[in-house]
Design a protein around this ligand. Structure first.
Ligand SMILES: NC(=O)c1ccc[n+]([C@@H]2O[C@H](COP(=O)([O-])OP(=O)(O)OC[C@H]3O[C@@H](n4cnc5c(N)ncnc54)[C@H](OP(=O)(O)O)[C@@H]3O)[C@@H](O)[C@H]2O)c1
Length: 266
């Protein structure tokens, strides 16, 4: 009985033999996503700005999966161009799952928001996500054979994909864009064996929110509005990511799954 239930779960959420490529795996939500993929059986290639931080790679290897770091700066168009050719050409890997998780936040009153911060946030949180998903999608289309499992692309959105937030106009614009990109790629590719979906985290205690957590008034106001009565943690993303990365979501296309303790339902 136990073995039949575990093979059933394996058929829906297991990732044995799959290779995932992702950004943002060094820490926060992305580090948990990387380890969740590895625990479900995937090898994980980490796109990082340097090879200095090997913590996630080492943890994946300790789980018995393979992992490598491909160096790229998400703020640099030139650097991003080289990623997919390196992983799929030079290294000869076939990518089955791709996750756009890396991101930055810049906060200023809207009337003082500097152009440079606007441009950097739009590059890292939207343009780079477009370029990488496009390149991985093309690779998936080019390498697909009849009967292959579906390719899975997951973009990390935000509550400010739906709302405007406060003091974060660039981040809100980029994350609204992520939802559009998710639907647009999904429409082109869902009939060709690739699912493109998004996950929208609520308020999660990571370094990205250091400023909010340190502001007692904002921090209290946020907590009071969350129906689950707690901030989220990176661990809250394991189930959502395995659902969207595994075969259990093969007919889920262009969707955004909020993981927010009920914030959006309120
Ligand atoms: N935390 C939240 O409440 C929340 C809410 C909604 C959405 N999100 C989204 O969830 C995702 C992960 O957020 P998080 O809270 O886990 O953030 P985090 O702890 O601040 O981690 C950000 C990640 O992005 C990487 N990154 C940033 N700029 C980069 C660059 N130029 N080149 C290479 N890598 C870069 C970081 O790498 P380094 O370690 O090298 O800096 C790190 O891995 C982001 O897309 C974020 O927008 C978060």
């Amino acid at each position: 009985m136990a073995s039949s239930s575990s093979s059933y779960l394996q058929s829906l959420f297991g990732l044995d033999g799959k290779t995932a490529l992702m950004t943002g795996g060094t820490r926060g939500i992305g580090a948990n996503i990387a380890l969740s993929l590895a625990k479900a059986g995937a090898d994980v290639i980490l796109i990082q700005r340097s090879e200095e931080n090997t913590a996630t790679r080492d943890d994946i290897i300790a789980l018995g999966r393979s992992s490598r770091i491909v160096v790229a700066d998400l703020a640099s168009k030139e650097s991003i161009k080289a990623v997919v050719p390196k992983v799929t050409g030079e290294w000869g890997l076939k990518v089955d799952i791709f996750i756009n998780c890396g991101g930055i936040q810049r906060r200023h009153p809207a009337e003082l928001f500097p152009d440079e911060d606007w441009e950097e946030v739009l590059q890292v949180n939207l343009s780079t996500c477009f370029s990488l998903a496009r390149d991985v999608g093309k690779h998936m289309l080019d390498t697909r054979k009849e009967g292959d499992a579906r390719g899975k692309i997951i973009n990390i959105a935000s509550l400010v994909s739906f709302q405007g937030g406060l003091t974060v106009p660039a981040y809100a614009a980029a994350k609204h864009g992520i939802l559009g990109l998710t639907k647009a790629f999904s429409n082109d590719w869902s009939g060709k064996g690739i699912n493109v979906n998004a996950i929208a985290p609520g308020y999660i205690s990571t370094e990205m929110n250091t400023a909010l957590i340190a502001d007692p008034t904002r921090s209290r106001q946020i907590l009071e509005r969350i129906p689950s009565k707690r901030w989220g943690t990176p661990d809250d993303f394991s189930g959502a990511v395995l659902f969207l990365a595994g075969a259990g979501s093969d007919y889920v296309c262009g969707e955004c799954l909020t993981v927010d303790g009920g914030w959006m339902a309120r």
